[in-house]
Design a protein around this ligand. Structure first.
Ligand SMILES: [Ca+2]
Ligand SMILES: [Ca+2]
Ligand SMILES: [Ca+2]
Length: 317
C-alpha cells in the first residue's frame, strides 16, 4: 500500500518543482513586462493625488475564451492598471445574456490578474448587467451602485454608481452604458435626458456618462461640430473627431459626457489609449486571439479605451 504512494510522491516531486519554477518565471516575466511596456505619465499611483484618471473600455467580451489567453489577459490588466477607475462593457457577453454568477466568476478571475500587477487589494469592482466598474480602492470609495431600472428605453440598462475620493472633496455619480447599435438614436436621447434625472435622484449634480455609445457611423449622426449632437447641456470630452475603434475607419463610438456642474472638476485632459503606442510590436505578436486577431492589437478588443483626468479637490457641489 505504501509503495505506490511513495512511488507517486517521488514522481510528483519533480513535477511540483517544475511547476513552481515555471510559476516563478511567469511571475518575474509579468513584473518585467509591466515595468517594460507601461510607463504612466500620470500621478494615479500616489496615495493623495490631485487628480484621478478615469476610463471607459469595451473590451469585446471578457469571457472564458479571453480569460484562457494569458498574455492577452495580462495586457488588458496592465492597461486597466493605468487608471483609477474603469467602466467596462461586455463583461461575460456582448449583450446581457450571461448570468450574474458567471460574470462575477469572470470578474473575480480578472481581478486576481489585475491585483497581481497593481498590488494586493488595489482594485475592487462593482457589477451589474453587462457592466463592471473597476476602481482603485485607496483612491475612491463607492457610495452606492445599481442597474438603472429602465429596460423600456435601454436594451442594456446602464449601471449607475456614486463615488467619492478618499482624499479631497470630489464626489460624483456615473452611468456606464453600451447602447444597442440599432437603437442608438433612441437610447442616446434617453441617456441625455437621464443627466438631470440622476442629478435630482441622487442629489449630486456631478454626473459622468461614459461607455460604448455607438455614437457614430451608420448608427448615429454625431453632428458637424466637435460636441456630440443631442447632448447640448453636457461637456463633450471625447470629441466627434476622435477615433475610438481599432478597426480601419474612423468612428467615435466610445464617449465620455460630463454634466455642466463638472466644469470645475475637469482638467480638460483626455485621450484614447491606442494599444500600438503603448506596446511594442514584439509584444503585440505574442497576444493570443482568434484566428484573425492573434498577434495583432485586435486580440485585445475592437475598441480602444477612452479616458479623462478629473481634479479631486475642486468640487463645488
Ligand atoms: Ca460633487
Ligand atoms: Ca466621429
Ligand atoms: Ca462639481
Amino acid at each position: 500500500m505504501s509503495i505506490p504512494k511513495a512511488g507517486s510522491a517521488k514522481t510528483s516531486m519533480p513535477k511540483k518543482f517544475l511547476f513552481s519554477l515555471l510559476l516563478v518565471i511567469v511571475l518575474i516575466s509579468a513584473g518585467i513586462f509591466v515595468y517594460r511596456y507601461i510607463t504612466s505619465d500620470e500621478n494615479s499611483q500616489q496615495s493623495n493625488p490631485e487628480t484621478i484618471r478615469i476610463a471607459s473600455f469595451n473590451l469585446q467580451i471578457l469571457g472564458d475564451t479571453k480569460l484562457g489567453r494569458p498574455t492577452t489577459v495580462q495586457t488588458l490588466a496592465a492597461i486597466i492598471n493605468q487608471f483609477d477607475l474603469v467602466a467596462l462593457q461586455e463583461v461575460g457577453s456582448s449583450n446581457s445574456t450571461t448570468s450574474s454568477e458567471n460574470s462575477r466568476r469572470i470578474l473575480d478571475h480578472f481581478l486576481l490578474e489585475l491585483n497581481a500587477q497593481a498590488g494586493q487589494n488595489s482594485y475592487s469592482y462593482l457589477y451589474g448587467n453587462q457592466y463592471a466598474i473597476l476602481y482603485r480602492n485607496k483612491i475612491l470609495t463607492p457610495n452606492f451602485s445599481q442597474v438603472h431600472p429602465d429596460s423600456e428605453n435601454f436594451a442594456y440598462p446602464p449601471l449607475l454608481a456614486g463615488f467619492r475620493v478618499l482624499s479631497g472633496n470630489f464626489d460624483f455619480v456615473l452611468a456606464t452604458i453600451h447602447t444597442r447599435p440599432a437603437n442608438a438614436v433612441e437610447e442616446l436621447a434617453s441617456l441625455a435626458g437621464l443627466v438631470e434625472t440622476l442629478a435630482a435622484a441622487f442629489n449630486e449634480p456631478d454626473i459622468i456618462m461614459l461607455g460604448d455609445f455607438n455614437a457614430d457611423g451608420s448608427y448615429y449622426n454625431e453632428g458637424s461640430s466637435e460636441a456630440l449632437a443631442g447632448f447640448h447641456q453636457t461637456i463633450t470630452v471625447i470629441p466627434n473627431s476622435a477615433d475610438t475603434s481599432v478597426a480601419p475607419g474612423d468612428n467615435s463610438y466610445d464617449r465620455i459626457q460630463l454634466s455642466p456642474a463638472m466644469q470645475s472638476d475637469w482638467t480638460g485632459r483626455w485621450g484614447i489609449f491606442r494599444f500600438e503606442e503603448h506596446f511594442d510590436a514584439s509584444h503585440i505578436l505574442q497576444l493570443e486571439g482568434a484566428e484573425t486577431t492573434a498577434g495583432t492589437i485586435a486580440a485585445l478588443s475592437d475598441h480602444y479605451p477612452v479616458w479623462t483626468v478629473l481634479y479631486t479637490n475642486r468640487d463645488q457641489d
